[in-house]
Design a protein around this ligand. Sequence first.
Ligand SMILES: C[S@@+](CC[C@H](N)C(=O)[O-])C[C@H]1O[C@@H](n2cnc3c(N)ncnc32)[C@H](O)[C@@H]1O
Length: 223
Amino acid sequence: MRQSNTWEIVDQYITECLIPYDSVLEEVLLANKQAGLPPIDVAPNQGKLLNIWVQMKQAKRVLEIGTLGGYSTIWMARALPADGHLVTLELEPRHAEVAQANFVHAGVDHRIELRVGNALDQLAKLEQENTEPFDLIFIDADKPNNPHYLKWALQFSRPGTVIIGDNVVRAGEVVDVHSTDPRIHGVRAFYDMLAAEPSIDATAIQTVGSKGYDGFAIGIVRG
Ligand SMILES: C[S@@+](CC[C@H](N)C(=O)[O-])C[C@H]1O[C@@H](n2cnc3c(N)ncnc32)[C@H](O)[C@@H]1O
């Protein structure tokens, strides 16, 4: 069996065992596909991992950078308490339109504030609005901007805030010091910042599965 084939089959097994069939989430993925969105949302078992992290943190305020069709957003929003709030940032109006319809379909739209535009502009606006700190921040947008997103994430944090970054391995390309890919540069600069920043304690893990070979970074802001 090809290795990546094994990863997919095991992902399917994990999903069948631990993630009960959910018609709403299936319909969300279908809506994304029918709208022509790229299939770069997190996998179901990764969505559930995000959901569990939100529960473990008992987060009330979540920030997501990179919405796409809102698949990961819905997983996280479902873990929020009744008075929870999730802000998600998306550049592409078409992605945002599909995501908003998905939020309504999933019955979580009242907890979600979807802001459309360049995330860096939206983050600056949030600062002007004196937004309250977030409990958990998920960075999953354009990788070249990862260092900027981490800077903002730290700014919108308090002690104990959890900061997560997706796609931090990129099929192993992250170790290629000669890479000319700006996404690799962004991810490597993200690691450098995590390593140098005294206010955060972080690690990263490699992941394999239906979405290929990649990884998550996770850090907690120190007290
Ligand atoms: C990997 S997808 C997000 C997947 C989503 N988190 C999920 O798992 O369902 C990245 C998204 O970030 C958006 N994006 C890219 N550059 C951006 C920017 N500068 N500001 C805001 N969003 C951006 C893309 O349009 C895309 O929808």
